[in-house]
Design a protein around this ligand. Structure first.
Ligand code: ADP
Length: 400
C-alpha cells in the first residue's frame, strides 16, 4: 500500500471521501457523510471490503463532519494514513482566474473565495475542506491540489458561453456560462472512447450527469462545446432542489409583486425547487421511481425532468457536425433509474434513438453498458468515478 491520495468532495449537504492509489485505481477506503444540517447525520464507509456505519449526531456542520472523518475514520486506519502522499479537493467553481487543476496555495484559496458568489452552495464547503485538511496534516500542506468542475469548459466557444446581456457584464465582471460537473463528464466520455476503441479527440458525445445536481454536456472532437449549467450550477436541467432554467422575470415577479426578498428567492430557487418543489414531497429519486405510476405529483415531476433533458439532448445534436457517436447517462439517477432513460430516449425517436428494454432494465445498481438496439444511435450507462478522476489529476500535479 503506497502512493495514496485522499480525495475530498465537500458537497452542499454531504462530504464524500476516498483514499486510493491512482496508479492501480485501487480504493482502500471510501465513504460519505450524509444529511448535514439535518436531524440525523450519519457516516458510512468501506475499508478493504468491510462496511461501517455510524450516526454522527444532530445538525452536523461540514467542519464537524470533516474532523470526524480525519480523526476517527482515518486515524482508525493508520496504515492508510501513513501512506498518504497528497490530497485532491473537488472544487466546483474556479471563477474567472483559475482554468485548470492547480496546487493549492494562499493565492488559490483567495481565488476560490472570490468565486463563492458563482457557486454559493459549493465553494464555501470546498474551502472548509481545504482549510481543515491543511491544518490537520501539516506534513502534506504543500500537497493539496484543487480540481475544478469548471476546467472542462474552458474551451467552449463564445457562442456557447456568452449570455445575451450587455457585453461589459462579461468583460468587467466575468458573467458567462462556466459549467459544472466537468470532472464527471470528462471521465465518462473517456471511458466510452475506450469501449468504442476510438481516439477520444475524434469523438462526438453528449453526456448526461444526473444526480442531485444534473447537467448535460456536448463534446465535439473531445472538446466540450456547450453545457447546461451556467454562471452557477443553478441553470439547466430540473435538479433535486434546484429549478434549472426559468424565465428570469419570475424573480422580478416574486420580488416586486410577492415582496419576497432576493435572499429568500435564492433559497427558493436553489433549495426548494426542482423535484422537491414540483412534488412538494421529496428530492430523492427513489421516491419518484417508486411512485411514478401511483402518484400524480411524482409523475408530473418526472415528466418535466425528462422533457427538459430530452430538449437539451436534441439541442446538442446540432453541435455534433452531423455525427453523434454516443450519448451517456451517469450520476446516481443516470446510473440507476431505467425509467428516466426510457422516457427520455422515447422522446428522441425522431433522432434514431431506439432503446433496448432488457438492456436498459439491466443497467442499474452498479451495472453499466449499452442500452440501445444495434441499429440505434448508441447510448451507454457509464458509472462515474469522480474520486478516481480527481486522484489521477492530483498525482499528475504532485509529480510535476
Ligand atoms: P450528487 O453526487 O449530486 O449528490 P448522486 O450522483 O449521488 O448525487 O445522485 C443522487 C440522486 O440519485 C438522488 O436523487 C438519489 O435518489 C438517486 N439515486 C441514487 N441511487 C439510486 C437508486 N438505486 N435508485 C434510484 N435513485 C437513486
Amino acid at each position: 500500500m503506497k502512493d495514496l491520495i485522499l480525495v475530498l468532495n465537500c458537497g452542499s449537504s454531504s462530504v464524500k471521501f476516498a483514499v486510493l492509489n491512482p496508479y492501480t485505481k485501487k480504493k482502500y477506503l471510501y465513504g460519505i457523510v450524509e444529511r448535514l444540517f439535518l436531524s440525523e447525520t450519519y457516516i458510512t464507509w468501506k475499508h478493504l471490503g468491510m462496511q461501517y456505519k455510524k450516526i454522527i449526531g444532530l445538525n452536523i456542520t461540514h467542519e464537524y463532519a470533516l474532523n470526524f472523518i480525519l480523526d476517527q475514520v482515518l486515524l482508525e486506519h493508520k496504515d492508510v494514513l501513513k501512506n498518504l502522499i497528497g490530497i485532491g479537493h473537488r472544487v466546483v467553481h474556479g471563477g474567472v482566474k483559475i482554468k485548470k487543476t492547480i496546487l493549492i496555495n494562499d493565492n488559490v484559496i483567495r481565488c476560490i473565495e472570490d468565486a463563492v458568489s458563482f457557486a454559493p452552495l459549493h465553494n464555501p464547503a470546498n474551502l472548509i475542506g481545504i482549510k481543515t485538511v491543511i491544518k490537520k496534516y501539516p506534513r502534506l500542506s504543500k500537497k493539496n491540489v484543487a480540481v475544478f468542475d469548471t476546467s472542462f469548459y474552458q474551451n467552449m466557444p463564445k457562442s456557447s458561453f456568452l449570455y445575451a446581456i450587455p457585453y461589459n457584464f462579461y468583460k468587467e465582471y466575468g458573467i458567462r456560462r462556466y459549467g459544472a460537473h466537468g470532472t464527471s463528464h470528462y471521465y465518462v466520455a473517456r471511458k466510452v472512447a475506450v469501449i468504442l476503441n476510438k481516439n477520444f479527440n475524434t469523438l462526438n458525445i453528449i453526456t448526461c450527469h444526473l444526480g442531485n445536481g444534473a447537467s448535460v454536456s456536448a463534446i465535439r472532437n473531445g472538446i466540450c462545446v456547450d453545457t447546461s449549467m451556467g454562471l452557477t450550477p443553478l441553470e439547466g436541467l430540473v435538479m433535486g432542489t434546484r429549478s434549472g432554467d426559468i424565465d428570469p422575470s419570475i424573480i422580478f415577479f416574486m420580488h416586486k409583486k410577492l415582496k419576497i426578498s432576493i435572499d429568500d428567492i435564492e433559497v427558493i430557487l436553489t433549495k426548494k425547487s426542482g423535484l422537491l418543489g414540483l412534488s412538494g414531497i421529496s428530492s430523492d429519486f427513489r421516491y419518484f421511481e417508486k411512485n411514478y405510476f401511483l402518484k400524480k405529483e411524482a409523475k408530473r415531476s418526472v415528466d418535466i425532468f425528462c422533457h427538459r433533458l430530452s430538449k437539451y439532448i436534441a439541442a446538442y445534436t446540432t453541435l455534433m457536425n452531423n455525427r453523434l457517436d454516443a450519448v451517456i447517462f451517469t450520476g446516481g439517477i443516470g446510473e440507476n433509474v431505467s425509467l428516466i432513460r426510457e422516457i427520455t430516449l422515447n422522446k428522441l425517436s425522431l433522432l434514431d434513438f431506439k432503446i433496448n428494454i432488457e438492456l436498459n432494465l439491466a443497467a442499474v445498481n452498479g451495472k453499466s453498458g449499452l442500452i440501445t438496439e444495434y441499429d440505434s444511435r448508441p447510448v451507454f450507462v457509464i458509472l462515474t468515478d469522480e474520486e478516481l478522476a480527481i486522484a489521477e489529476e492530483t498525482i499528475s500535479i504532485i509529480n510535476k
